[in-house]
Design a protein around this ligand. Sequence first.
Ligand code: KIV
Ligand code: NA
Length: 276
Amino acid sequence: ATRVTVTRLREMKRKGQKIVMLTAYDYPTARLLDEAGVDVLLVGDSLGMVVLGYESTLPVTLADVLHHTRPVARAAERALVVADLPFMTFQISPEEALRSAGRLMQEGGAHAVKLEGGREVAPTVARLVQAGVPVMGHLGFTPQSVHALGGYRVQGRTEDAARRLLDDAAALVEAGVFAIVLEMVPRQVARLVTERVPVPTIGIGAGPECDGQVLVLHDLLGLYTRQSPRFARRYADLASVIRTAVGEYADDVRGGAFPGPEHSFDMDDAVLERLY
Ligand code: KIV
Ligand code: NA
């Protein structure tokens, strides 16, 4: 399988072929998603919530994302692997952002990085792109700013807010992003952005008119039971599958039904006799 590249993504936008993106955080799942033909695997800082049990993405460190990027990069034969720049690993200065992004690519094996924000991060994006780091933008509801934004809220609903979002998208494009994630914005605003930028838009809670879609894997699989955002569709109920399987295992162990003879190893009778 030939690798999905940033130029391929732009070509897909031009041809009207939808881009399929999902989060991935470990080797076995990343293998399955890659084999299923997912175009882009995102090692999102959402791993803080769905894998590490934090209440937000804020505690996630560069080391955390690095740790999860390695197995995903090892697993992905076709998909483009994008790693999130966590909170405070890119905001201090463009130089620090470059150092962080460099580690995700060099030590983690990511092909690109994603960072949250609009025009205020444009100089940082430009610096990364200049150094050969492909950057994906992220606008609308940006989870690292959850406290600044006053909670999980749809962004860009007023005329002013929608104009700001369009200007932010233009600033990111000018700075050199190869794609933009749009999270929790009205579908009409997402459509406007999609029409006006030359790079693909990848929506999450941003309606069907984006060039692609992304979901947090655990939402899609029904594996994260703490909360489920309205914009996610649950394609499986893995929580139930796991509960049932583990319950049966526990019953079998307690009732002596597991392990069976086929799971056990025997030794030679003659050898055994000498032990008695
Ligand atoms: O961290 C993440 O999973 C993300 C996606 C929701 C876009 O940033
Ligand atoms: Na993220």
